[in-house]
Design a protein. Structure first.
Length: 171
């Protein structure tokens, strides 16, 4: 089908916009959540996101196996939102996956999104506005996120950049 990417900084409305894009594709909607709530703030964020989606999105919580989750959901949906690719990358790093394994899994997800029957809408964050003076693991994560985001966008048919809640179509 097609692949759209919605990117931007933290709390800029990426998820809300991705939900609106998905809703325009039809009534059969899927959502794959990658956040593993491990503290009160993240639990509140997950609960607020569930309320915002409501019952219109069939939700799967999958922190690691995105291609499998997307491939299972896609045949039953008009659109599937994957939220958030950068959280997924972090989950992979924390689970001990190598850079090559993470990049291979991201390529597999891209291929599944391009050939799946549902529109894939991937939410991701730009994490490269920081200074490169942080720890080795932070630099590794930012490098992986940059490479995977770039490759995902190169394969996408549409890219939206969110700025203070306002979407800007880039391609």
């Amino acid at each position: 089908m097609a692949l759209a990417v919605v990117g931007g900084g933290r709390r800029c409305g990426k998820s809300r916009y991705a939900l609106a894009l998905a809703s325009a594709h039809g009534p059969r909607l899927g959502f794959i959540a990658t956040l593993q709530p491990d503290d009160e703030e993240s639990r509140q964020k997950v609960e607020a996101a569930r309320e915002e989606r409501g019952a219109s999105f069939a939700t799967v919580e999958e922190p690691l196996h995105l291609t499998k989750a997307f491939s299972a959901q896609s045949p039953n949906c008009d659109a599937v939102v994957i939220d958030d690719l950068t959280i997924w990358i972090s989950n992979q790093v924390m689970a001990g996956a190598s850079d090559a394994e993470i990049e291979e899994q991201a390529a597999s997800l891209t291929a599944a999104a391009l050939k799946g029957p549902a529109e894939a809408i991937i939410v991701t964050s730009d994490v490269d506005f920081g200074f490169p003076m942080d720890s080795e693991s932070s630099r590794r994560f930012r490098r992986l996120a940059g490479v995977i985001n770039r490759r995902m966008v190169e394969s996408s048919s549409r890219l939206y950049w969110m700025v203070f809640g306002v979407p800007k179509r880039i391609i």
